[in-house]
Design a protein around this ligand. Structure first.
Ligand code: PAF
Length: 322
């Protein structure tokens, strides 16, 4: 595959996108009366196989694939975390080229937020949804995400008759639910698509932040996915989830500084009341057995890194291994 064109300004990106859509329409000619589909893969760079999976899924469905590379300062509540966020632009563009991305939008902060840090003056808010879990731990994070995502959707909106899809990883489950709600609430003309989490062979969910994990931190990091797998297996077997017990065990694990472990409704992100009667923490009213699809969310500090992971819990009548 060839190196994609990298555009650093909104005007140049829009012009290149319009040209690419026009060229696609010309190529398709009278053979196709379907509106071309442009897929946007928004990223903060430091790309890994999880991003490659997003691009591959987008590539399989869309006529044109565009990716953004922008480390968005608005979604960091910690200046040091923003400064240390890995930046690997040359490798990112190479990966995007290998996966067949057509255009890359890679603005700097001044291009995205003219006048930053005194701008943007007008921002989007994630409202009540933005204050849970990651939002509670990182105040303002989801407001920053929905502000930049709204801008990216606007910037990448293709000229008619093309339509836009946008691709997000299921790993950032809260982000995905909030972006879906953003599109619904603000009537944004984009179809949001999700791609399943990509894991290393040992179960660790891929994340750009894993680059900062030392080998010695790995066993602790793996406790997160192992805990989620245990909950998924209990749900599948129709057994009580025992979330409070799982939470206590994870909090006591060496090297894990637990932030939260919760089982929530996938759309509202509200915690489900699932505590079994014999659990002394949690205080819910249920018997602990899941009766509908749910999401398990976990976040913890391991070594120098804050990790998040998620797993869909599906109640079935079948037996499951633990
Ligand atoms: O998931 C991410 O990498 C970021 O939150 C996103 C969606 C690119 C917005 O900056």
């Amino acid at each position: 595959m060839s190196t994609p064109e990298v555009l650093t300004t909104v005007a140049a990106f829009r012009a290149a996108l319009a040209d690419a859509v026009a060229a696609h329409v010309r190529r398709a000619g009278s053979d196709s009366d379907a509106a071309p589909v442009v897929a946007l893969v928004p990223t903060m760079g430091a790309l890994h196989s999880g991003h490659a999976a997003l691009v591959d899924a987008a590539r399989a469905e869309a006529d044109l694939v565009v990716a953004s590379l922008f480390v968005n300062p608005l979604q960091f509540d910690d200046a040091d975390d923003y400064r240390r966020y890995p930046r690997t632009p040359a490798a990112d563009v190479a990966l995007l080229g290998e996966r067949g991305v057509d255009l890359v939008f890679a603005p700097d902060v001044e291009e995205m937020y003219p006048g930053y840090p005194d701008a943007p003056l007008v921002r989007v808010t994630a409202g009540e949804l933005g204050g849970r879990f990651e939002g509670a731990s990182r105040p303002g994070h989801f407001d920053g995400v929905v502000t930049v995502v709204t801008k990216l959707f606007t910037i990448a909106a293709p000229p008619a008759p093309a339509r836009l899809t946008a691709w997000f990883g299921a790993k950032d489950a809260e982000q995905l639910a909030i972006v879906r709600r953003l599109v619904l609430d603000l009537n944004l003309a984009v179809d949001v698509r999700a791609v399943p989490i990509v894991r290393d062979d040992d179960g660790l969910a891929l994340s750009s932040r894993n680059q900062r994990l030392a080998a010695a931190d790995r066993p602790a990091a793996l406790r997160l996915s192992a805990t989620l797998s245990t909950l998924a297996a209990r749900a599948a077997a129709g057994r009580p989830l025992a979330v409070a017990e799982a939470r206590r065990e994870l909090a006591a694990a060496e090297g894990v500084e637990l932030d939260y472990l919760e089982v929530v409704d996938p759309t509202t992100l509200r915690p489900l009341e699932l505590s079994a009667p014999d659990e002394d923490a949690g205080g819910g009213a249920g018997d602990g057995v899941l009766d509908r699809e749910a999401l398990a969310l976990v976040a913890a500090h391991v070594g120098p890194v804050r990790l998040i992971d998620t797993m869909t819990l599906r109640p079935t009548s079948g037996e499951a291994e633990e």
